[in-house]
Write a protein that binds this ligand. Sequence first.
Ligand SMILES: [Fe+2]
Ligand SMILES: [Fe+2]
Length: 167
Amino acid sequence: MKEKTRENINKAFIGEAKAYFRLLAYARKAEEEDVPQAALLFRAIAEAEKVHAGRQLNLVKDLLVQDTDSNLLASFKREKSISENDYPEFIKVAEEEGEKAAALAFSQARDAETFHAKLYERALYNVIRNKVEAYHVCQVCGYVTDKNAPEKCPVCGAAKENFKTVV
Ligand SMILES: [Fe+2]
Ligand SMILES: [Fe+2]
């Protein structure tokens, strides 16, 4: 694929993926304001933007998606880099600016990413001794475990009910 088009696909994908989440937030607001028709419209268009994002991602899948070992390695590296480089910088700036909620969200995301990295690393080196039947994902901070959902999330302290099971 030609470079400019690839860059544009990347931009379009980011825009569509962001729109998906933004429209769902708009839909929740419309529900709060008791405007169900607007909420429904936002949810419908959010689904449409998800279609666009998926279709655009599909155009570059040969560049992005490799064999599973390579994908595990790339994901491990990405988690490591984001938790060791990006988030610490974001946390520093948020603290300097007195943005406490952002600093907390970044620091919990950083901590959760380090757990993600460990899970990838373990999968990568095939050291999973027992087959994993399910993962549990904290819906507050994104911490992931293959053990039972803990009573309290080790990263953010959220209660067990906040875990979503992925099978
Ligand atoms: Fe992650
Ligand atoms: Fe959590």
